[in-house]
Design a protein around this ligand. Sequence first.
Ligand SMILES: Cc1cc2nc3c(=O)[nH]c(=O)nc-3n(C[C@H](O)[C@H](O)[C@H](O)COP(=O)(O)OP(=O)(O)OC[C@H]3O[C@@H](n4cnc5c(N)ncnc54)[C@H](O)[C@@H]3O)c2cc1C
Length: 414
Amino acid sequence: MEKPSSVVVIGAGIVGAATGYRLARAGYQVTIIDKGTPGSGTSHGNAGGIVPGAMPLGTVSALKSLPRRLMDPNSALAIRWGDFPHLLPWLARFIGQCTPSRAEANSIALYALTSRSPEAWRELSRGTAAETLFRPRGWLKVFESEQNLITGTAELRDVLDRRGGPYDILDQDALRQYEPSLSTRFTHGFLQPDGICCVNPRRLTETMVAEATARGATFEQAEVADIETSEDGPRVILADGRAINADRVVVAAGVLSNRLSRKLGTDVPLRAERGYHLMFDTPSEQPHAPIVWGETDVVICPMEAGLRVTSMVELSHPDSPPNYQLIERKAAMARAMLPSLGDAEPREKWMGCRPSLPDSRPVIGASEKDPRVLLAFGHNHYGLTLSAITAELVQCLIEETEPPVPLLPYRAIR
Ligand SMILES: Cc1cc2nc3c(=O)[nH]c(=O)nc-3n(C[C@H](O)[C@H](O)[C@H](O)COP(=O)(O)OP(=O)(O)OC[C@H]3O[C@@H](n4cnc5c(N)ncnc54)[C@H](O)[C@@H]3O)c2cc1C
Protein backbone atom coordinates (compact mmCIF):
# COMPACT_ATOMS: atom_id res chain seq x y z
CA MET A 1 0.00 0.00 0.00
CA GLU A 2 1.14 3.56 -0.72
CA LYS A 3 2.36 5.67 2.18
CA PRO A 4 -0.74 7.38 3.58
CA SER A 5 -0.94 11.11 4.21
CA SER A 6 -4.61 11.85 4.85
CA VAL A 7 -6.78 10.28 7.56
CA VAL A 8 -10.47 10.72 8.41
CA VAL A 9 -11.34 9.91 12.02
CA ILE A 10 -15.06 9.23 12.57
CA GLY A 11 -16.06 10.17 16.10
CA ALA A 12 -14.82 12.94 18.41
CA GLY A 13 -15.24 11.04 21.65
CA ILE A 14 -12.07 10.53 23.65
CA VAL A 15 -10.93 7.64 21.42
CA GLY A 16 -11.32 9.62 18.16
CA ALA A 17 -10.03 12.85 19.70
CA ALA A 18 -6.86 11.25 21.11
CA THR A 19 -6.29 9.43 17.81
CA GLY A 20 -6.91 12.56 15.74
CA TYR A 21 -4.46 14.55 17.85
CA ARG A 22 -1.76 11.88 17.76
CA LEU A 23 -1.99 11.57 13.97
CA ALA A 24 -2.03 15.36 13.45
CA ARG A 25 1.05 15.62 15.70
CA ALA A 26 2.73 12.99 13.53
CA GLY A 27 2.13 15.15 10.44
CA TYR A 28 -0.94 13.52 8.88
CA GLN A 29 -3.63 15.61 7.26
CA VAL A 30 -6.46 14.75 9.64
CA THR A 31 -10.22 15.35 9.41
CA ILE A 32 -12.21 14.52 12.56
CA ILE A 33 -15.94 14.10 11.93
CA ASP A 34 -18.66 13.96 14.57
CA LYS A 35 -22.41 14.41 14.33
CA GLY A 36 -22.24 16.32 17.61
CA THR A 37 -19.61 18.49 19.24
CA PRO A 38 -16.35 16.97 20.58
CA GLY A 39 -16.91 15.00 23.77
CA SER A 40 -20.69 15.20 23.64
CA GLY A 41 -21.11 11.38 23.68
CA THR A 42 -20.15 8.96 26.44
CA SER A 43 -16.81 10.73 26.92
CA HIS A 44 -18.65 13.70 28.41
CA GLY A 45 -19.68 12.13 31.67
CA ASN A 46 -17.38 9.38 32.90
CA ALA A 47 -15.71 9.03 36.29
CA GLY A 48 -12.32 10.33 35.12
CA GLY A 49 -10.35 7.25 36.14
CA ILE A 50 -7.31 6.12 34.15
CA VAL A 51 -7.09 2.76 35.80
CA PRO A 52 -4.78 -0.21 35.20
CA GLY A 53 -7.79 -2.52 35.30
CA ALA A 54 -7.37 -6.26 34.98
CA MET A 55 -10.89 -7.60 35.62
CA PRO A 56 -13.05 -8.39 32.62
CA LEU A 57 -16.79 -8.08 33.20
CA GLY A 58 -17.34 -11.80 32.60
CA THR A 59 -16.03 -14.13 35.31
CA VAL A 60 -17.38 -17.25 37.06
CA SER A 61 -18.42 -15.19 40.11
CA ALA A 62 -20.01 -12.45 37.95
CA LEU A 63 -22.11 -15.11 36.24
CA LYS A 64 -23.13 -16.73 39.54
CA SER A 65 -24.22 -13.40 41.04
CA LEU A 66 -26.02 -12.23 37.87
CA PRO A 67 -29.60 -13.36 38.78
CA ARG A 68 -29.34 -11.95 42.32
CA ARG A 69 -27.93 -8.63 41.12
CA LEU A 70 -30.55 -8.27 38.39
CA MET A 71 -33.38 -8.84 40.89
CA ASP A 72 -32.00 -6.46 43.55
CA PRO A 73 -33.33 -2.90 42.94
CA ASN A 74 -30.36 -1.45 44.88
CA SER A 75 -27.67 -3.22 42.89
CA ALA A 76 -25.60 -1.39 40.29
CA LEU A 77 -26.69 -3.79 37.55
CA ALA A 78 -29.96 -3.49 35.65
CA ILE A 79 -31.41 -4.69 32.40
CA ARG A 80 -34.13 -3.08 30.28
CA TRP A 81 -36.25 -6.14 29.78
CA GLY A 82 -38.01 -4.59 26.77
CA ASP A 83 -34.59 -4.58 25.04
CA PHE A 84 -33.94 -8.25 25.81
CA PRO A 85 -34.22 -9.47 22.18
CA HIS A 86 -31.65 -6.85 21.13
CA LEU A 87 -29.35 -7.92 24.00
CA LEU A 88 -29.76 -11.69 23.67
CA PRO A 89 -26.89 -12.38 21.19
CA TRP A 90 -24.52 -10.29 23.37
CA LEU A 91 -25.68 -12.04 26.57
CA ALA A 92 -25.22 -15.48 25.04
CA ARG A 93 -21.64 -14.64 24.08
CA PHE A 94 -21.01 -12.96 27.43
CA ILE A 95 -21.95 -16.18 29.27
CA GLY A 96 -19.44 -17.99 27.09
CA GLN A 97 -16.72 -15.56 28.28
CA CYS A 98 -17.30 -16.37 31.97
CA THR A 99 -15.26 -19.61 32.10
CA PRO A 100 -11.98 -19.43 34.07
CA SER A 101 -9.84 -19.82 30.93
CA ARG A 102 -11.73 -17.17 28.90
CA ALA A 103 -11.75 -14.75 31.84
CA GLU A 104 -7.99 -15.24 32.28
CA ALA A 105 -7.31 -14.59 28.57
CA ASN A 106 -9.53 -11.49 28.64
CA SER A 107 -7.80 -10.22 31.78
CA ILE A 108 -4.36 -10.62 30.13
CA ALA A 109 -5.55 -8.79 27.00
CA LEU A 110 -7.14 -5.99 29.01
CA TYR A 111 -4.21 -5.46 31.36
CA ALA A 112 -1.71 -5.45 28.47
CA LEU A 113 -3.37 -2.16 27.45
CA THR A 114 -4.56 -0.65 30.75
CA SER A 115 -1.17 -1.08 32.45
CA ARG A 116 0.39 1.10 29.74
CA SER A 117 -2.36 3.69 29.87
CA PRO A 118 -1.19 6.18 32.54
CA GLU A 119 2.18 6.51 30.76
CA ALA A 120 0.48 6.70 27.35
CA TRP A 121 -1.66 9.60 28.62
CA ARG A 122 1.35 11.37 30.16
CA GLU A 123 3.16 11.10 26.83
CA LEU A 124 0.20 12.16 24.67
CA SER A 125 -0.74 15.16 26.78
CA ARG A 126 2.83 16.42 27.29
CA GLY A 127 3.17 20.01 26.11
CA THR A 128 -0.58 20.40 25.53
CA ALA A 129 -3.27 22.27 27.45
CA ALA A 130 -4.54 18.87 28.66
CA GLU A 131 -1.52 18.30 30.94
CA THR A 132 -3.11 20.20 33.82
CA LEU A 133 -6.23 17.99 33.82
CA PHE A 134 -4.55 14.92 35.34
CA ARG A 135 -3.94 14.04 39.02
CA PRO A 136 -1.57 11.19 40.09
CA ARG A 137 -3.79 9.98 42.93
CA GLY A 138 -4.36 6.26 42.25
CA TRP A 139 -7.72 4.46 42.13
CA LEU A 140 -9.32 3.89 45.56
CA LYS A 141 -12.07 1.45 46.60
CA VAL A 142 -13.36 1.73 50.15
CA PHE A 143 -15.19 -0.74 52.38
CA GLU A 144 -17.17 -0.68 55.61
CA SER A 145 -15.28 -3.58 57.21
CA GLU A 146 -12.08 -5.56 56.82
CA GLN A 147 -14.10 -8.66 56.01
CA ASN A 148 -15.91 -6.85 53.19
CA LEU A 149 -12.57 -5.69 51.81
CA ILE A 150 -11.19 -9.23 51.93
CA THR A 151 -14.17 -10.79 50.15
CA GLY A 152 -14.85 -7.79 47.88
CA THR A 153 -11.31 -7.65 46.49
CA ALA A 154 -10.34 -11.34 46.58
CA GLU A 155 -10.78 -11.89 42.85
CA LEU A 156 -9.18 -8.57 41.92
CA ARG A 157 -6.16 -9.16 44.20
CA ASP A 158 -5.74 -12.62 42.73
CA VAL A 159 -5.81 -11.24 39.19
CA LEU A 160 -3.50 -8.31 39.98
CA ASP A 161 -1.05 -10.71 41.67
CA ARG A 162 -0.96 -12.79 38.50
CA ARG A 163 -0.57 -9.72 36.25
CA GLY A 164 2.04 -8.09 38.53
CA GLY A 165 -0.17 -5.05 39.19
CA PRO A 166 0.57 -3.06 42.37
CA TYR A 167 -1.99 -2.40 45.12
CA ASP A 168 -1.99 -1.30 48.76
CA ILE A 169 -4.42 -2.14 51.57
CA LEU A 170 -5.18 0.89 53.75
CA ASP A 171 -6.37 0.49 57.33
CA GLN A 172 -8.64 3.09 58.92
CA ASP A 173 -5.80 5.46 59.92
CA ALA A 174 -4.11 5.25 56.55
CA LEU A 175 -7.45 5.75 54.80
CA ARG A 176 -8.21 8.82 56.92
CA GLN A 177 -4.82 10.28 56.09
CA TYR A 178 -5.18 9.52 52.41
CA GLU A 179 -8.71 10.87 52.07
CA PRO A 180 -9.84 12.99 55.06
CA SER A 181 -13.08 14.06 53.35
CA LEU A 182 -14.48 10.51 53.49
CA SER A 183 -17.09 9.33 56.05
CA THR A 184 -15.73 7.43 59.07
CA ARG A 185 -18.09 4.54 58.21
CA PHE A 186 -15.34 3.29 55.90
CA THR A 187 -12.71 1.28 57.72
CA HIS A 188 -10.54 -0.06 54.89
CA GLY A 189 -9.34 0.95 51.48
CA PHE A 190 -7.91 -0.80 48.44
CA LEU A 191 -5.63 1.46 46.43
CA GLN A 192 -4.18 0.91 42.97
CA PRO A 193 -1.43 3.52 43.24
CA ASP A 194 -0.53 3.55 39.55
CA GLY A 195 -3.92 4.95 38.48
CA ILE A 196 -4.34 8.61 37.58
CA CYS A 197 -7.48 10.65 37.20
CA CYS A 198 -8.80 13.40 34.99
CA VAL A 199 -10.80 16.25 36.51
CA ASN A 200 -12.71 17.10 33.33
CA PRO A 201 -13.10 14.29 30.76
CA ARG A 202 -15.22 16.50 28.44
CA ARG A 203 -12.59 19.25 28.43
CA LEU A 204 -9.87 16.66 27.84
CA THR A 205 -11.71 15.51 24.72
CA GLU A 206 -12.30 19.07 23.51
CA THR A 207 -8.64 19.92 24.19
CA MET A 208 -7.40 16.95 22.16
CA VAL A 209 -9.51 18.11 19.19
CA ALA A 210 -8.32 21.72 19.66
CA GLU A 211 -4.67 20.57 19.82
CA ALA A 212 -5.26 18.56 16.64
CA THR A 213 -6.74 21.53 14.80
CA ALA A 214 -3.85 23.71 16.02
CA ARG A 215 -1.64 21.23 14.11
CA GLY A 216 -3.62 21.55 10.90
CA ALA A 217 -6.46 19.06 11.45
CA THR A 218 -10.04 19.94 10.52
CA PHE A 219 -13.12 19.27 12.63
CA GLU A 220 -16.31 18.69 10.65
CA GLN A 221 -19.70 18.47 12.40
CA ALA A 222 -21.62 16.00 10.24
CA GLU A 223 -23.15 12.56 10.40
CA VAL A 224 -21.36 9.76 8.57
CA ALA A 225 -23.84 7.60 6.66
CA ASP A 226 -21.51 5.13 4.98
CA ILE A 227 -17.95 4.18 4.12
CA GLU A 228 -17.25 3.05 0.56
CA THR A 229 -14.07 1.35 -0.49
CA SER A 230 -12.54 1.11 -3.95
CA GLU A 231 -9.08 0.74 -5.45
CA ASP A 232 -8.65 4.52 -5.15
CA GLY A 233 -9.06 4.35 -1.37
CA PRO A 234 -11.79 4.64 1.22
CA ARG A 235 -14.49 7.27 0.88
CA VAL A 236 -16.59 8.59 3.75
CA ILE A 237 -20.17 9.43 2.75
CA LEU A 238 -21.90 12.04 4.88
CA ALA A 239 -25.64 12.05 5.55
CA ASP A 240 -25.91 15.36 3.64
CA GLY A 241 -24.60 13.63 0.52
CA ARG A 242 -21.04 14.98 0.55
CA ALA A 243 -18.11 12.56 0.26
CA ILE A 244 -14.61 12.80 1.73
CA ASN A 245 -11.75 10.75 0.31
CA ALA A 246 -8.82 9.76 2.49
CA ASP A 247 -5.87 7.39 2.46
CA ARG A 248 -7.05 5.91 5.77
CA VAL A 249 -10.31 6.00 7.75
CA VAL A 250 -10.54 5.33 11.49
CA VAL A 251 -13.95 4.29 12.87
CA ALA A 252 -14.07 5.55 16.49
CA ALA A 253 -17.81 6.15 16.78
CA GLY A 254 -18.28 4.61 20.23
CA VAL A 255 -21.39 2.52 20.75
CA LEU A 256 -22.65 3.31 17.21
CA SER A 257 -19.48 2.06 15.52
CA ASN A 258 -20.96 -1.24 14.41
CA ARG A 259 -23.52 0.59 12.29
CA LEU A 260 -20.56 1.59 10.08
CA SER A 261 -18.39 -1.46 10.61
CA ARG A 262 -21.27 -3.75 9.55
CA LYS A 263 -21.47 -1.93 6.20
CA LEU A 264 -17.88 -3.04 5.62
CA GLY A 265 -18.76 -6.65 6.33
CA THR A 266 -17.39 -6.68 9.90
CA ASP A 267 -20.35 -7.28 12.19
CA VAL A 268 -19.23 -7.03 15.81
CA PRO A 269 -21.38 -7.91 18.89
CA LEU A 270 -21.24 -4.36 20.27
CA ARG A 271 -23.89 -3.36 22.81
CA ALA A 272 -24.49 -0.55 25.31
CA GLU A 273 -23.68 -0.87 28.98
CA ARG A 274 -25.35 2.35 29.98
CA GLY A 275 -24.07 4.31 32.96
CA TYR A 276 -25.35 7.42 34.72
CA HIS A 277 -24.09 10.40 36.64
CA LEU A 278 -25.36 13.16 38.93
CA MET A 279 -23.52 16.48 39.30
CA PHE A 280 -23.47 18.40 42.58
CA ASP A 281 -21.93 21.80 43.29
CA THR A 282 -18.41 21.48 44.72
CA PRO A 283 -18.78 20.52 48.41
CA SER A 284 -16.79 22.29 51.12
CA GLU A 285 -14.51 19.24 51.34
CA GLN A 286 -13.90 17.77 47.90
CA PRO A 287 -12.17 14.35 47.68
CA HIS A 288 -8.78 14.32 45.93
CA ALA A 289 -9.61 11.59 43.40
CA PRO A 290 -12.46 9.24 42.45
CA ILE A 291 -13.51 6.86 45.25
CA VAL A 292 -15.52 3.68 44.69
CA TRP A 293 -17.77 2.43 47.49
CA GLY A 294 -16.88 -1.26 47.29
CA GLU A 295 -20.17 -2.59 48.67
CA THR A 296 -22.43 -0.50 46.38
CA ASP A 297 -20.40 0.39 43.26
CA VAL A 298 -21.22 4.09 43.71
CA VAL A 299 -18.31 6.34 42.67
CA ILE A 300 -17.75 9.92 43.82
CA CYS A 301 -15.49 11.85 41.48
CA PRO A 302 -14.01 15.30 42.06
CA MET A 303 -14.41 17.35 38.89
CA GLU A 304 -13.37 20.90 38.00
CA ALA A 305 -17.02 21.92 37.94
CA GLY A 306 -18.33 20.06 41.00
CA LEU A 307 -18.73 16.61 42.46
CA ARG A 308 -19.80 13.85 40.08
CA VAL A 309 -21.53 10.70 41.28
CA THR A 310 -21.45 7.81 38.82
CA SER A 311 -22.86 4.31 38.91
CA MET A 312 -24.86 1.61 37.11
CA VAL A 313 -24.45 -0.86 34.34
CA GLU A 314 -27.80 -0.87 32.56
CA LEU A 315 -27.89 -3.33 29.68
CA SER A 316 -30.18 -1.79 27.10
CA HIS A 317 -30.57 -0.47 23.57
CA PRO A 318 -28.57 2.78 23.16
CA ASP A 319 -31.65 4.58 21.77
CA SER A 320 -34.03 3.59 24.59
CA PRO A 321 -35.08 6.43 26.90
CA PRO A 322 -32.87 6.89 30.00
CA ASN A 323 -34.13 5.68 33.38
CA TYR A 324 -32.79 8.40 35.68
CA GLN A 325 -34.34 6.77 38.74
CA LEU A 326 -31.44 4.33 38.61
CA ILE A 327 -28.96 7.08 39.51
CA GLU A 328 -31.29 9.29 41.57
CA ARG A 329 -31.47 6.41 44.08
CA LYS A 330 -27.71 6.72 44.55
CA ALA A 331 -27.73 10.35 45.73
CA ALA A 332 -28.28 9.25 49.34
CA MET A 333 -25.31 6.89 49.10
CA ALA A 334 -23.08 9.72 47.85
CA ARG A 335 -24.17 11.84 50.84
CA ALA A 336 -23.33 8.91 53.13
CA MET A 337 -19.84 8.70 51.59
CA LEU A 338 -19.07 12.39 51.78
CA PRO A 339 -20.46 14.20 54.85
CA SER A 340 -19.59 17.62 53.39
CA LEU A 341 -22.26 17.07 50.71
CA GLY A 342 -24.84 17.64 53.45
CA ASP A 343 -28.34 17.56 51.99
CA ALA A 344 -27.28 19.09 48.66
CA GLU A 345 -29.41 18.22 45.64
CA PRO A 346 -27.87 17.35 42.27
CA ARG A 347 -28.00 20.06 39.60
CA GLU A 348 -27.61 17.74 36.57
CA LYS A 349 -28.26 14.14 35.57
CA TRP A 350 -26.75 12.33 32.61
CA MET A 351 -26.71 8.96 30.87
CA GLY A 352 -24.02 7.57 28.55
CA CYS A 353 -23.44 4.32 26.65
CA ARG A 354 -20.29 2.33 27.36
CA PRO A 355 -19.52 0.58 24.04
CA SER A 356 -19.07 -3.00 25.13
CA LEU A 357 -18.11 -6.36 23.69
CA PRO A 358 -18.85 -9.62 25.53
CA ASP A 359 -15.14 -10.32 26.18
CA SER A 360 -14.36 -6.84 27.62
CA ARG A 361 -11.66 -6.24 25.00
CA PRO A 362 -11.75 -3.26 22.63
CA VAL A 363 -11.56 -3.65 18.87
CA ILE A 364 -8.31 -2.19 17.54
CA GLY A 365 -7.45 -3.42 14.07
CA ALA A 366 -8.06 -3.30 10.34
CA SER A 367 -11.46 -4.01 8.82
CA GLU A 368 -11.76 -7.40 7.12
CA LYS A 369 -12.86 -5.92 3.79
CA ASP A 370 -10.34 -3.10 3.43
CA PRO A 371 -7.23 -2.78 5.63
CA ARG A 372 -7.21 0.96 4.92
CA VAL A 373 -10.23 1.26 7.22
CA LEU A 374 -9.19 0.89 10.87
CA LEU A 375 -11.54 0.07 13.70
CA ALA A 376 -11.02 1.58 17.17
CA PHE A 377 -14.04 1.11 19.42
CA GLY A 378 -15.63 -1.05 22.13
CA HIS A 379 -13.57 0.33 25.03
CA ASN A 380 -16.35 -0.44 27.56
CA HIS A 381 -15.50 0.71 31.13
CA TYR A 382 -12.02 1.82 30.04
CA GLY A 383 -12.51 4.24 27.16
CA LEU A 384 -10.83 7.17 28.88
CA THR A 385 -8.10 4.90 30.21
CA LEU A 386 -7.40 3.26 26.86
CA SER A 387 -7.72 6.11 24.38
CA ALA A 388 -4.09 7.30 24.43
CA ILE A 389 -2.68 3.79 23.96
CA THR A 390 -5.33 3.13 21.28
CA ALA A 391 -4.13 6.24 19.43
CA GLU A 392 -0.57 4.89 19.54
CA LEU A 393 -1.68 1.49 18.24
CA VAL A 394 -3.71 3.06 15.41
CA GLN A 395 -0.61 5.00 14.35
CA CYS A 396 1.36 1.73 14.30
CA LEU A 397 -1.33 0.14 12.10
CA ILE A 398 -1.23 3.08 9.68
CA GLU A 399 2.56 3.09 9.53
CA GLU A 400 2.83 -0.71 9.58
CA THR A 401 5.35 -0.55 12.43
CA GLU A 402 5.73 -2.99 15.32
CA PRO A 403 3.11 -2.15 17.97
CA PRO A 404 4.16 -2.04 21.67
CA VAL A 405 1.49 -4.70 22.34
CA PRO A 406 0.60 -7.62 20.00
CA LEU A 407 -2.68 -6.69 18.32
CA LEU A 408 -4.12 -10.16 17.72
CA PRO A 409 -6.37 -10.18 20.83
CA TYR A 410 -8.10 -6.99 19.66
CA ARG A 411 -8.94 -7.87 16.05
CA ALA A 412 -12.60 -7.41 15.20
CA ILE A 413 -13.42 -11.00 14.30
CA ARG A 414 -12.21 -13.22 17.15
C1 LIG B 1 -20.93 6.40 34.12
C2 LIG B 1 -19.67 6.07 33.35
C3 LIG B 1 -18.44 6.11 34.00
C4 LIG B 1 -17.28 5.79 33.32
N1 LIG B 1 -16.07 5.91 33.96
C5 LIG B 1 -14.92 5.66 33.28
C6 LIG B 1 -13.66 5.83 33.90
O1 LIG B 1 -13.55 6.24 35.06
N2 LIG B 1 -12.56 5.53 33.18
C7 LIG B 1 -12.62 5.08 31.90
O2 LIG B 1 -11.57 4.80 31.31
N3 LIG B 1 -13.80 4.96 31.25
C8 LIG B 1 -14.95 5.22 31.92
N4 LIG B 1 -16.16 5.09 31.29
C9 LIG B 1 -16.18 4.60 29.90
C10 LIG B 1 -15.81 5.68 28.90
O3 LIG B 1 -16.51 6.88 29.18
C11 LIG B 1 -16.15 5.21 27.48
O4 LIG B 1 -15.54 3.97 27.24
C12 LIG B 1 -15.64 6.21 26.45
O5 LIG B 1 -16.16 7.50 26.69
C13 LIG B 1 -15.96 5.78 25.04
O6 LIG B 1 -15.38 6.73 24.17
P1 LIG B 1 -15.64 6.70 22.63
O7 LIG B 1 -14.81 7.76 22.02
O8 LIG B 1 -15.46 5.31 22.13
O9 LIG B 1 -17.21 6.99 22.50
P2 LIG B 1 -18.04 8.37 22.60
O10 LIG B 1 -17.50 9.27 23.62
O11 LIG B 1 -19.46 7.97 22.72
O12 LIG B 1 -17.77 9.05 21.21
C14 LIG B 1 -18.27 8.53 20.01
C15 LIG B 1 -18.61 9.71 19.12
O13 LIG B 1 -18.94 9.21 17.82
C16 LIG B 1 -19.95 10.05 17.30
N5 LIG B 1 -20.66 9.30 16.24
C17 LIG B 1 -21.29 8.11 16.36
N6 LIG B 1 -21.79 7.73 15.16
C18 LIG B 1 -21.47 8.71 14.28
C19 LIG B 1 -21.73 8.92 12.91
N7 LIG B 1 -22.38 7.99 12.16
N8 LIG B 1 -21.29 10.04 12.32
C20 LIG B 1 -20.61 10.97 13.05
N9 LIG B 1 -20.34 10.84 14.36
C21 LIG B 1 -20.76 9.72 14.97
C22 LIG B 1 -20.83 10.38 18.49
O14 LIG B 1 -21.55 11.58 18.25
C23 LIG B 1 -19.81 10.50 19.61
O15 LIG B 1 -19.42 11.85 19.84
C24 LIG B 1 -17.34 5.40 31.95
C25 LIG B 1 -18.58 5.39 31.30
C26 LIG B 1 -19.73 5.72 31.98
C27 LIG B 1 -21.04 5.72 31.25
